[in-house]
Design a protein around this ligand. Structure first.
Ligand SMILES: Cc1ncc(COP(=O)(O)O)c(C=O)c1O
Length: 427
């Protein structure tokens, strides 16, 4: 079976909700996706059947221990981690990064250099600026081309010196949708002996993610962006994780992953994250058979989830193309980032745009009145919004479809926008 949108949509109860007989159109996905039935069921089951703390001698505790192990394994499959022990759960990407940056900082010496990107969400910028302040480090910036919204990687070579210790880069931009060439960046970093910290929050929901193929050292993502609950997940290369000093309480485990999973975790969150991976696996098994041959090295769920991501990516590229080309037809609309029809494989379908003479919040409000949910603003991509000169003018409107959105929903938002934008107050 090929990708079956009706079967997919039937998995998401929220997609069927209407308000005054008007369907909800969810294009707010880059800020958080809807969850599948399986996620709700697993979370509910966890709270009813295994609601206990860990490592007790009794049934509910043992059940939750087994669930936690399954959730680690599921994330190892999704990210192709060599071991489930290298997967760490936490509250969200931001909290995990703030937490880990303290430990990474202790590996560095005064005057060491770190490289941050002008494209990233502040969650992969501010924690490192704070670390640089605490440990007296030098911060260098990787700029991007403000026309193409891609990094010019030859500029990266000039930034590396013998003092460079860490580079922090996103997998895909939450503002422009650009997919960054993380593999090449990691290769360059490895050649220069530099650690890599990848914020994959916006790439994991759209592209197959393989930490071994990327060659990174740390990679973080958030389950609520990939159809799961509010939770963050870190993969860290074992050799490095074992070198770090964990900020932990004394009775907590001393080995990974437990030493970085501070306090009592959200077990129901882990149950939901496990179900999100199971959902991808279902797509891989039932609708993505023609992608299986791409992953001869994998078997079982790992093969299914990676095949599923490729299948979803191809479907989403069609949505991105329709959205970008439709927006470009509208007067005064300026799409940020990659627009070339043959370059949709270099972006996720997250599309931000401005309209001459109109405030982004006003457009989001008008769309909301038609039950179309989009975000407006700078989306915490502070550096990127500044570089694109939209930070002080209200940012952009962001329409962020995912694989459960349809081409007719894209047509609908374009139609509504074609009524809104001619009302712009252009001098
Ligand atoms: C690219 C990117 N990184 C990090 C974050 C922060 O994630 P969390 O809410 O899990 O802290 C977001 C949230 O929108 C994001 O889009």
């Amino acid at each position: 079976m090929q990708f079956d949108l009706d079967a997919v949509r039937a998995q998401f109860p929220a997609l069927a909700i209407t308000d005054n007989n008007r369907a909800r159109i969810y294009f707010d996905n880059p800020a958080g996706t809807q969850v599948s039935k399986g996620v709700v069921e697993r979370m509910t089951q966890c709270l009813i059947e295994s609601n206990a703390n860990v490592q007790g001698e009794f049934r509910t505790s043992q059940k939750v221990d087994a669930l936690i192990a399954d959730a680690h394994m599921a994330m190892a499959d999704l990210l192709n981690a060599p071991s489930a022990q290298e997967i760490m759960f936490g509250q969200n990407m931001t909290t995990i990064t703030l937490h880990l940056s303290r430990s990474i900082g202790r590996l560095l010496k005064q005057g060491d250099e770190i490289i941050l990107s002008r494209m990233d969400h502040d969650a992969n910028v501010a924690p490192w600026l704070l670390m640089a302040e605490d440990f007296d480090l030098v911060v260098k910036w990787l700029p991007f081309n403000t026309e193409s919204c891609e990094f010019e990687l030859d500029k990266l070579d000039d930034l590396f010196t013998r003092r460079t210790r860490l580079i922090c880069i996103g997998g895909a931009s939450n503002l422009t949708g650009t997919i960054h060439d993380v593999r090449t960046i990691c290769q360059k970093a490895r050649d220069a002996g530099v650690m890599t910290y990848i914020d994959a929050v916006q790439s994991v929901p759209h592209v197959s993610t393989d930490v071994q193929d990327l060659g990174c050292d740390f990679l973080v993502c958030s389950a609520y962006k990939f159809f799961g609950p509010h939770q963050g997940i870190l993969w860290g290369r074992r050799e490095l994780m074992e070198q770090l000093v964990p900020y932990k309480v004394r009775p907590a485990p001393t080995e990974i992953p437990g030493c970085f999973e501070t306090g009592t975790q959200s077990h129901e969150g882990m149950a939901g994250t496990l179900a999100a991976v199971e959902y991808f696996s279902w797509i891989g098994e039932s609708m993505s058979r023609h992608y299986h041959d791409k992953y001869p090295q994998f078997s079982g769920r790992r093969k299914f989830v990676h095949s599923a991501m490729d299948c979803l990516f191809d479907y989403e590229a069609g949505l991105a193309l329709k959205l970008v080309s439709g927006l470009q037809q509208l007067p005064g609309v300026r799409v940020k980032g990659i627009t070339s029809p043959d370059a949709m494989n270099r972006r996720v379908p997250t599309v931000s745009f401005t309209v001459d003479g109109m405030n982004p919040d006003e457009i989001a409000r008008e769309l909301a009145a038609k039950n179309i949910f989009v975000w407006s603003g700078h989306f915490y991509a502070v550096e990127a919004a500044r570089a694109l000169d939209i930070y002080d003018t209200g940012g952009a409107v962001r329409v962020g479809p995912v694989h459960y959105n349809s081409k007719s929903e894209i047509e609908h938002v374009l139609n509504v926008l074609s009524d809104i934008v001619p009302r712009a107050n252009v001098a």
